[in-house]
Design a protein around this ligand. Structure first.
Ligand code: URA
Length: 251
């Protein structure tokens, strides 16, 4: 019977049989030399000549994205903070933001709502963005070094930072904003890999993976030390100049 007179079912059955015999011989250690039907040979030729399809989607899953990172954060149990959290707080804002604020860790309000900077310190940050910088909060991106609340709002310990920092690194790598503003010591020290204080780090430009970074006081600190607000405002004005959003100096 010629291939032309065979039904697709015949050809399929023949190909399966050929491959079964090949597999059997290979399993016995016999060099797998078998006579293939012309149809199977043509199929195999086609297989070897066809370029392999792109594998990324099947092998690596969907491409990395902020939503995927947020999903991973929601499922994270890497450090003991997962046991006491009510919600994870991955971060929020415009994925194309020119400006990213990085804080320390969620507090009680953030833990209750799953959103960053929504308590008293958050209100001050929102005022800085909206009233001071004349931007909309939803146009920037806001996140923290830790994505879960440390009990009693204590300072994150190095193990917690080490567990959580990969999420922040991936977020910033995707966002690649024009400017990062580190709010307070934990954010500044984590991003800049230093033990220096905010007081000594503010006032100059730093670089995080090629992105200009400015350090300023944490809004919670400004609530406790309102006398430092003027310095924080100077820092924010430098950020605005860098973004090209500062009003021109009065002539
Ligand atoms: N303090 C932070 O550092 N981050 C928040 O989200 C809230 C308060």
């Amino acid at each position: 019977m010629t291939d032309a007179s065979k039904t697709p079912e015949d050809l399929y059955a023949e190909a399966v049989e050929d491959v079964r015999r090949l597999a059997q011989k290979a399993a016995r250690g016999t060099p797998p030399k078998v006579r293939l039907s012309r149809h199977t040979a043509r199929l195999l030729e086609g297989v070897s000549a066809t370029p392999a399809p792109p594998r990324a989607a099947a092998v690596c899953g969907p491409p990395d994205g902020l939503e995927r990172i947020a999903d991973e954060v929601r499922g994270c149990t890497a450090c003991p903070l997962h046991a006491t959290r009510h919600h994870t707080v991955p971060g929020e804002g415009n994925p194309n933001a020119d400006l990213v604020f990085v804080g320390e860790a969620p507090g009680a309000d953030e833990d209750a709502r799953g959103r960053p900077f929504v308590g008293r310190a958050g209100q001050l940050l929102t005022d800085i963005i909206e009233k001071g910088m004349k931007m909309r909060r939803e146009d920037v991106f806001i996140c923290n070094v830790l994505k879960c609340r440390p009990p009693d709002n204590r300072t994150p310990n190095p193990e917690e930072v080490a567990c959580c920092e990969p999420f922040l690194i991936r977020q910033l790598d995707l966002l690649r904003p024009k400017v990062i503003c580190a709010l307070g010591g934990t954010a500044a020290q984590t991003l800049l890999k230093t033990a220096a204080t905010v007081g000594s780090l503010r006032g100059v430009w730093h670089t995080y993976h090629g992105i200009p970074l400015r350090v300023t006081y944490h809004p919670a600190y400004l609530l406790r030390s309102p006398g430092e607000k003027a310095k924080a405002w100077l820092d924010i004005q430098e950020v605005m100049k860098r973004l090209g959003t500062a009003p021109p100096p009065a002539s």
